[in-house]
Design a protein around this ligand. Structure first.
Ligand code: CP
Ligand code: NVA
Length: 302
């Protein structure tokens, strides 16, 4: 039994092992080859925030692996009325084989792992989004054939997506460059991690500098779930951080753009850039399914 609490906890070998398994599961899926690796297992999916991709891909993925997934809204669980996470973890460990949780605080995910005795998978917190970034890495490798010598650039908020991309991108050997306004930079835990990679990591407030010669360009919403009250302030801070055709001229000619979705056209990305990259962006969304199946097999199979 293993956890996926954050990519910081996983070695490069573990990440590569799961990416390789994801490729294999995708191949089998496309060729109608059954893979019931989690037959008889049950995954609980706790959601304290909205979701389209994470919810559907985990539920479908568990079905394809021969197991069962249970949607649990935190609004309907006693945890939403204040039952401590320590008790919830110990109770759910008696019924389930794994929990996927999407919530606000990273500590809640870490506490589930600390007090429970089953696999815990992070389906997004304010701190990170490891499942999304495994799907992103899978997509990058599909389009670019590997990671060596690639430059990945993220333009926007120093949020859960940027945090996981910095960690995942550096761990697999890419150069990572991020552009974010002052006041919206990634937390110290991430910049300290990245500092150890020397000139493989770059942080700037200039989107033009960050995107220079990039092979892969990523962005995310300016206002994440739970930050709705800051929307107006954020729109002001991020003006100039939109991925436009003009900005893309600084990237490599064959650069691809990825977006975890949902996307806000006209804010972090222009409609024409989004549609020109619909191929990779929706492959990325599809890869959530394959990457998460690999995560579940890796974490939940004895
Ligand atoms: N990218 C992502 O996690 O999408 P959902 O919020 O729809 O799950
Ligand atoms: N940063 C976004 C990602 C959504 C998948 C959020 O947390 O709302």
């Amino acid at each position: 039994m293993k956890h996926l609490l954050k990519l910081l906890d996983w070695s490069m070998d573990e990440i590569m092992e799961v990416l390789n398994l994801a490729d294999q599961l995708k191949y089998e899926n496309k060729h109608g080859i059954e893979h019931h690796h989690l037959k008889g297992k049950t995954l609980g999916m706790i959601f304290s925030k909205s979701s389209t991709r994470t919810r559907v891909s985990f539920e479908v993925g568990m079905h394809q692996l021969g197991g069962h997934a249970l949607f649990l809204s935190s609004r309907d669980l006693q945890i939403g009325r204040g039952e401590p996470v320590q008790d919830t973890a110990r109770v759910l460990s008696r019924y389930l084989d794994g929990i996927m949780i999407r919530t606000f605080e990273q500590k809640e995910v870490e506490d589930l792992a600390k007090y429970g005795s089953i696999a815990i998978i992070n389906g997004l917190t304010d701190f990170c989004h490891p499942c999304q970034v495994l799907a992103d890495l899978m997509t990058i490798r599909e389009y670019k054939g590997g990671f060596d010598g690639l430059k990945m650039c993220f333009i926007g908020d120093g949020n859960n997506m940027m945090n996981s991309l910095v960690v995942g991108g550096l761990k697999v050997g890419m150069k990572v460059s991020v552009a974010c306004p002052e006041g919206y930079r990634p937390p110290k835990e991430i910049t300290d991690f990245a500092a150890a990679y020397g000139d493989m990591f770059e942080m700037t407030d200039s989107p033009e500098v960050a995107i220079k010669d990039a092979d892969v360009v990523l962005t995310d919403v300016w206002t994440s779930m739970g930050q709705e009250e800051e929307r107006a302030e954020r729109e002001k801070a991020f003006a100039g951080y939109c991925i436009s055709k003009e900005l893309m001229e600084n990237a490599k000619g064959d650069a691809i753009v990825l977006h975890c979705l949902p996307a806000h056209r006209g804010e972090e990305i222009m409609e024409d850039v989004f549609e020109a990259n619909a191929g990779p962006i929706f492959d990325e969304a599809e890869n959530r399914l394959h990457a998460q199946k690999a995560v579940m097999v890796h974490c939940m199979k004895e």
